[in-house]
Design a binder for this molecule. Structure first.
Ligand code: BTN
Length: 266
Protein backbone atom coordinates (compact mmCIF):
# COMPACT_ATOMS: atom_id res chain seq x y z
CA UNK A 1 0.00 0.00 0.00
CA UNK A 2 2.88 2.39 0.76
CA UNK A 3 4.00 2.78 -2.87
CA UNK A 4 0.46 3.06 -4.20
CA UNK A 5 -0.40 5.71 -1.62
CA UNK A 6 2.77 7.70 -2.34
CA UNK A 7 1.98 7.65 -6.06
CA UNK A 8 -1.65 8.70 -5.51
CA UNK A 9 -0.65 11.59 -3.23
CA UNK A 10 1.70 12.78 -5.97
CA UNK A 11 -0.80 12.29 -8.77
CA UNK A 12 -3.56 14.21 -6.97
CA UNK A 13 -1.25 16.98 -5.72
CA UNK A 14 -2.22 16.11 -2.12
CA UNK A 15 1.52 15.79 -1.43
CA UNK A 16 1.77 19.57 -1.65
CA UNK A 17 0.09 19.63 1.79
CA UNK A 18 0.47 16.13 3.23
CA UNK A 19 3.92 14.70 4.04
CA UNK A 20 3.65 10.94 4.40
CA UNK A 21 5.32 8.87 7.09
CA UNK A 22 4.29 5.28 6.45
CA UNK A 23 4.94 2.55 9.02
CA UNK A 24 3.48 -0.92 9.05
CA UNK A 25 2.84 -0.90 12.80
CA UNK A 26 2.77 1.96 15.34
CA UNK A 27 1.38 2.45 18.84
CA UNK A 28 -1.24 4.95 17.64
CA UNK A 29 -1.00 7.22 14.60
CA UNK A 30 -2.41 10.00 16.83
CA UNK A 31 0.56 9.52 19.16
CA UNK A 32 2.94 9.69 16.17
CA UNK A 33 1.38 13.04 15.25
CA UNK A 34 1.51 14.35 18.82
CA UNK A 35 5.21 13.47 19.06
CA UNK A 36 5.85 15.23 15.75
CA UNK A 37 3.86 18.26 16.95
CA UNK A 38 5.96 18.43 20.12
CA UNK A 39 9.08 18.60 17.93
CA UNK A 40 7.65 21.59 16.06
CA UNK A 41 6.62 19.80 12.85
CA UNK A 42 4.46 22.08 10.66
CA UNK A 43 0.91 21.12 9.65
CA UNK A 44 0.38 18.52 6.95
CA UNK A 45 2.49 15.81 8.59
CA UNK A 46 0.72 12.50 7.91
CA UNK A 47 1.13 9.16 9.68
CA UNK A 48 -0.32 6.04 8.03
CA UNK A 49 -0.17 2.51 9.45
CA UNK A 50 -1.71 -0.91 8.83
CA UNK A 51 -1.70 -1.92 12.49
CA UNK A 52 -1.78 -0.14 15.88
CA UNK A 53 -0.80 -1.66 19.20
CA UNK A 54 -2.49 1.06 21.29
CA UNK A 55 -5.28 2.40 19.08
CA UNK A 56 -7.54 4.90 20.80
CA UNK A 57 -11.24 5.56 20.33
CA UNK A 58 -13.44 8.35 21.62
CA UNK A 59 -14.33 8.65 25.32
CA UNK A 60 -11.18 6.81 26.42
CA UNK A 61 -12.16 3.61 24.61
CA UNK A 62 -9.73 1.28 22.86
CA UNK A 63 -9.83 1.21 19.06
CA UNK A 64 -9.09 -2.42 18.23
CA UNK A 65 -6.50 -2.11 15.47
CA UNK A 66 -5.28 -5.46 14.13
CA UNK A 67 -3.60 -5.93 10.78
CA UNK A 68 -6.79 -7.16 9.19
CA UNK A 69 -7.53 -4.99 6.20
CA UNK A 70 -8.20 -1.74 8.03
CA UNK A 71 -6.16 1.43 7.65
CA UNK A 72 -5.23 3.85 10.42
CA UNK A 73 -4.04 7.38 9.70
CA UNK A 74 -3.69 10.76 11.39
CA UNK A 75 -2.56 14.18 10.26
CA UNK A 76 -1.31 17.30 11.95
CA UNK A 77 -3.12 20.62 11.64
CA UNK A 78 -2.19 23.96 13.14
CA UNK A 79 -5.20 26.13 12.34
CA UNK A 80 -5.10 29.65 13.71
CA UNK A 81 -8.38 29.15 15.50
CA UNK A 82 -9.70 29.12 19.04
CA UNK A 83 -9.87 25.60 20.59
CA UNK A 84 -13.68 25.51 20.42
CA UNK A 85 -13.43 25.29 16.61
CA UNK A 86 -11.54 21.99 16.75
CA UNK A 87 -14.72 19.89 16.82
CA UNK A 88 -15.87 21.42 13.55
CA UNK A 89 -12.70 20.24 11.84
CA UNK A 90 -13.49 16.71 12.99
CA UNK A 91 -16.86 17.01 11.28
CA UNK A 92 -15.08 18.28 8.16
CA UNK A 93 -12.83 15.20 8.31
CA UNK A 94 -15.88 12.92 8.56
CA UNK A 95 -17.46 14.60 5.56
CA UNK A 96 -14.22 14.11 3.61
CA UNK A 97 -14.12 10.36 4.34
CA UNK A 98 -17.78 9.93 3.37
CA UNK A 99 -17.20 11.82 0.12
CA UNK A 100 -14.11 9.74 -0.68
CA UNK A 101 -15.79 6.40 0.07
CA UNK A 102 -18.76 7.31 -2.14
CA UNK A 103 -16.45 8.45 -4.94
CA UNK A 104 -14.05 5.50 -4.75
CA UNK A 105 -16.56 2.69 -4.23
CA UNK A 106 -20.03 3.95 -5.14
CA UNK A 107 -21.20 2.70 -1.72
CA UNK A 108 -23.83 4.73 0.11
CA UNK A 109 -21.62 6.05 2.93
CA UNK A 110 -23.45 8.38 5.32
CA UNK A 111 -22.47 10.40 8.38
CA UNK A 112 -23.71 9.54 11.84
CA UNK A 113 -23.38 12.84 13.69
CA UNK A 114 -20.94 13.96 14.77
CA UNK A 115 -18.27 11.92 13.03
CA UNK A 116 -18.88 8.23 12.46
CA UNK A 117 -19.18 7.06 8.89
CA UNK A 118 -21.72 4.31 8.36
CA UNK A 119 -23.09 2.14 5.60
CA UNK A 120 -26.56 0.82 6.27
CA UNK A 121 -26.71 0.28 10.01
CA UNK A 122 -23.02 -0.32 10.58
CA UNK A 123 -19.90 1.74 11.17
CA UNK A 124 -16.99 1.74 8.71
CA UNK A 125 -14.97 4.61 10.14
CA UNK A 126 -14.30 6.39 13.42
CA UNK A 127 -12.49 9.67 13.97
CA UNK A 128 -10.68 10.91 17.05
CA UNK A 129 -9.25 14.41 17.16
CA UNK A 130 -6.87 15.34 19.93
CA UNK A 131 -5.93 18.95 20.49
CA UNK A 132 -3.25 20.94 22.23
CA UNK A 133 -3.91 24.60 22.98
CA UNK A 134 -1.78 27.48 24.10
CA UNK A 135 -2.82 31.01 25.11
CA UNK A 136 -6.41 30.57 23.90
CA UNK A 137 -5.38 29.23 20.49
CA UNK A 138 -5.03 25.79 19.00
CA UNK A 139 -1.39 24.72 19.06
CA UNK A 140 -1.94 21.44 17.22
CA UNK A 141 -4.69 19.07 16.19
CA UNK A 142 -4.08 15.38 15.62
CA UNK A 143 -6.98 14.22 13.45
CA UNK A 144 -7.03 10.41 13.58
CA UNK A 145 -9.10 8.27 11.24
CA UNK A 146 -9.62 4.50 11.23
CA UNK A 147 -11.36 2.98 8.19
CA UNK A 148 -12.47 -0.64 7.88
CA UNK A 149 -11.45 -1.26 4.29
CA UNK A 150 -10.87 -4.96 3.61
CA UNK A 151 -11.73 -6.49 6.99
CA UNK A 152 -13.53 -9.80 6.56
CA UNK A 153 -14.61 -10.15 10.19
CA UNK A 154 -14.54 -8.23 13.47
CA UNK A 155 -13.82 -8.76 17.12
CA UNK A 156 -17.01 -10.15 18.74
CA UNK A 157 -17.26 -7.04 20.92
CA UNK A 158 -17.92 -4.83 17.85
CA UNK A 159 -19.16 -7.36 15.28
CA UNK A 160 -22.75 -6.23 15.58
CA UNK A 161 -22.15 -2.61 14.70
CA UNK A 162 -19.07 -2.73 12.46
CA UNK A 163 -18.74 -3.41 8.76
CA UNK A 164 -16.09 -2.87 6.09
CA UNK A 165 -16.00 -1.61 2.54
CA UNK A 166 -15.06 -5.16 1.45
CA UNK A 167 -18.16 -6.63 3.09
CA UNK A 168 -20.44 -3.91 1.75
CA UNK A 169 -18.85 -4.27 -1.69
CA UNK A 170 -20.05 -7.90 -1.78
CA UNK A 171 -16.63 -9.37 -1.10
CA UNK A 172 -14.68 -7.35 -3.66
CA UNK A 173 -11.46 -5.78 -2.36
CA UNK A 174 -11.16 -2.01 -2.20
CA UNK A 175 -7.85 -0.14 -2.46
CA UNK A 176 -7.01 1.27 0.97
CA UNK A 177 -4.52 3.65 -0.63
CA UNK A 178 -7.24 5.06 -2.89
CA UNK A 179 -9.63 5.58 0.03
CA UNK A 180 -6.94 7.29 2.13
CA UNK A 181 -5.73 9.48 -0.74
CA UNK A 182 -9.32 10.35 -1.67
CA UNK A 183 -10.11 11.31 1.93
CA UNK A 184 -7.06 13.54 2.06
CA UNK A 185 -7.86 15.22 -1.25
CA UNK A 186 -11.39 15.96 -0.03
CA UNK A 187 -10.08 17.13 3.33
CA UNK A 188 -7.63 19.53 1.67
CA UNK A 189 -10.51 21.10 -0.28
CA UNK A 190 -12.82 21.14 2.75
CA UNK A 191 -10.13 22.63 5.00
CA UNK A 192 -9.68 25.46 2.51
CA UNK A 193 -13.45 26.14 2.61
CA UNK A 194 -13.44 25.93 6.44
CA UNK A 195 -10.58 28.42 6.70
CA UNK A 196 -12.43 31.05 4.70
CA UNK A 197 -14.99 31.49 7.49
CA UNK A 198 -13.50 29.58 10.46
CA UNK A 199 -16.68 27.53 10.69
CA UNK A 200 -18.76 25.01 8.74
CA UNK A 201 -20.96 27.50 6.88
CA UNK A 202 -19.42 26.50 3.53
CA UNK A 203 -19.67 22.76 4.29
CA UNK A 204 -22.99 22.49 6.12
CA UNK A 205 -25.03 21.77 3.03
CA UNK A 206 -22.80 18.90 1.89
CA UNK A 207 -22.66 17.52 5.44
CA UNK A 208 -26.43 17.71 5.96
CA UNK A 209 -27.04 15.94 2.65
CA UNK A 210 -25.13 12.93 4.04
CA UNK A 211 -26.54 13.03 7.58
CA UNK A 212 -27.95 9.56 8.16
CA UNK A 213 -30.43 10.57 10.85
CA UNK A 214 -31.80 13.55 8.93
CA UNK A 215 -35.50 13.93 9.67
CA UNK A 216 -35.48 10.60 11.49
CA UNK A 217 -36.36 9.87 15.10
CA UNK A 218 -33.37 9.42 17.37
CA UNK A 219 -32.79 8.92 21.06
CA UNK A 220 -30.65 11.60 22.70
CA UNK A 221 -28.62 10.13 25.56
CA UNK A 222 -28.28 13.35 27.52
CA UNK A 223 -26.63 12.98 30.95
CA UNK A 224 -29.50 15.11 32.25
CA UNK A 225 -32.02 12.56 30.94
CA UNK A 226 -32.55 10.67 27.69
CA UNK A 227 -35.28 11.75 25.28
CA UNK A 228 -36.56 11.08 21.79
CA UNK A 229 -36.56 13.68 19.06
CA UNK A 230 -36.32 14.13 15.31
CA UNK A 231 -32.84 15.07 14.15
CA UNK A 232 -32.85 17.87 11.58
CA UNK A 233 -29.49 19.36 10.55
CA UNK A 234 -26.21 20.81 11.76
CA UNK A 235 -25.39 24.49 11.98
CA UNK A 236 -22.15 26.31 11.14
CA UNK A 237 -20.67 25.24 14.50
CA UNK A 238 -21.44 21.58 14.02
CA UNK A 239 -24.31 21.55 16.53
CA UNK A 240 -27.24 19.26 15.75
CA UNK A 241 -30.78 20.64 15.70
CA UNK A 242 -33.30 18.26 17.23
CA UNK A 243 -37.03 18.68 17.54
CA UNK A 244 -39.11 16.98 20.22
CA UNK A 245 -42.66 15.76 19.69
CA UNK A 246 -44.04 18.82 21.51
CA UNK A 247 -42.26 21.03 18.97
CA UNK A 248 -39.43 22.16 21.31
CA UNK A 249 -36.22 22.63 19.37
CA UNK A 250 -32.70 22.43 20.79
CA UNK A 251 -29.19 22.64 19.42
CA UNK A 252 -26.94 19.98 20.85
CA UNK A 253 -23.15 20.07 21.01
CA UNK A 254 -21.00 17.14 19.93
CA UNK A 255 -19.30 15.66 22.96
CA UNK A 256 -22.16 16.42 25.32
CA UNK A 257 -24.52 13.66 24.32
CA UNK A 258 -24.73 10.63 22.11
CA UNK A 259 -27.43 10.13 19.54
CA UNK A 260 -28.81 6.69 18.70
CA UNK A 261 -31.41 5.38 16.33
CA UNK A 262 -34.52 4.14 18.07
CA UNK A 263 -33.73 0.56 17.10
CA UNK A 264 -30.04 0.55 17.89
CA UNK A 265 -26.81 2.14 16.76
CA UNK A 266 -28.15 4.18 13.81
C1 BTN B 1 -14.09 6.36 17.61
O1 BTN B 1 -14.17 6.01 18.80
O2 BTN B 1 -15.04 6.18 16.84
C2 BTN B 1 -12.85 7.02 17.09
C3 BTN B 1 -11.84 6.04 16.58
C4 BTN B 1 -10.60 6.67 16.00
C5 BTN B 1 -9.59 5.64 15.56
C6 BTN B 1 -8.44 6.24 14.83
S1 BTN B 1 -7.41 5.00 14.09
C7 BTN B 1 -6.22 6.20 13.71
C8 BTN B 1 -6.12 7.11 14.91
N1 BTN B 1 -5.21 6.54 15.89
C9 BTN B 1 -5.85 6.21 17.02
O3 BTN B 1 -5.30 5.70 18.02
N2 BTN B 1 -7.15 6.50 16.93
C10 BTN B 1 -7.47 7.09 15.64
Amino acid sequence: MQEELKALLQETGADRFFRLQYEECVDSTNEVIKRAAAKGEPEGFLSVAEEQTAGKGRSGRTWISPKAGAVYFSFLLRPEQPPQNAASLTLAAGLSVAQAVREQTGLDAMIKWPNDIVIGHRKICGILTEAGAHAGKIDYLAVGIGINVNNEAFDPSIAEKATSLFIENKGTEVSAAAVVAGSLVHFQKNYEIFRQSGDLSGLMEAYNALLVSRDREVRIEDPAGAYEAVSRRIDANGRLLVERRDGTKSWIDAGEVSVRGLLGYI
